[in-house]
Design a protein around this ligand. Sequence first.
Ligand code: PLP
Length: 391
Amino acid sequence: MKTVYFDNNATTKVAPEVLDAMLPYFRDLYGNPSSMHSFGGEIARHLDRAREEVAHFINADPEEIIFTSCATESDNTAIRGCAEYYGRELKIVTTAVEHPAVLQPCRRLKALGHCVVELPVDSAGRLDIDAFREAVDEHTIVSVMWANNETGVIFPMDEIARICREKNAVLHTDAVQVAGKIPVDVKRVPVDMLSMSGHKFHAPRGIGLLYVRSGAKFKPFMLGGHQERSRRAGTENVPYIAGLAKACELARRGMAGEVRQLTAMRDRLEAGILAKCPDVRVNGDRANRLPNTLNVSFEYIEGEAIAYRLSDLGICISTGSACASGSLDPSHVIRAMGVPFTAVHGSVRFSLSRYNTMDEIDYALDKLPGVVNGLRELSPFGPGKNVTTFK
Ligand code: PLP
């Protein structure tokens, strides 16, 4: 059975060009860039070139790029590192729909006595920018994602950055899901810190980056050697950094075409679902979403059941529930949007990449109505069923 992979916000296929760019660093170019000998010096020069490419991708200066192991590390470093630098009784402003890699460090800081504000979103997953302006004071630490991983909703980062500048607040953004989908220019949108993760745009798992604007202050999280200008200790993962640089280059060169391809596939999937399946709602601001992401709720049935049945047909999608942790609590993002109870459990996410095709979209559209109808027949909920109202 062929695999139709629509779970690209979870992780992506490593691009063949990325793998090719990495292999020499396993085979021949294995030296440590910090070593004094000429072999180490050669690797250090390769590392410099990779840093330049990654910096170019977001229009940063190379010294502003810190390589990390993943976005979770980047987010933790930014938030906890700023809090440690700025000291006691801080105000930290974030949103209720952040990834746990942001929410959990913020909640840890709250437990330590800082004031943490988790701003709500509206029913389309949008941030109320006036409420944001109101919440941010001088010297606040702000961590707001650029785009949401579950709904794809894009937050107005230029406006958020402008407000933070006006108020003299420090701004970190989790830009994991925008990489390769919308252009990021840290000179035009002046965030202070920004996290990205290689495996969300066709580099492997295990490499992330943290952009830190020149002059922005934080206390490093990883202590040890003097790598990364003493801001992130640990021998640099040169093969993966080379892979990340290649992924950045591919994304930079191919972005316009890729966005057109993703949008066309996503829109066909969305239109097909709405045409073929009754009682469906699209979650998230349809006018302002990532081009590859579609989150839909199928009323009266469980998202997990849909995902399992599609998986039996080779189609990989995801739900936002915490089922991996043993509970079937619906996603905190969908709940924060106030999606009605009949739909909240039935939400699923399709997330596409450049490696998907229209034929795969059509295959999913062919299979999905049967899956949904089959589950609805079994469900005790819904129109004409025993249970039609919910508390
Ligand atoms: N932030 C967002 C928005 C994400 O979607 C993810 C991963 O799903 C992360 C952070 C964590 O990334 P990583 O797996 O690189 O730690």
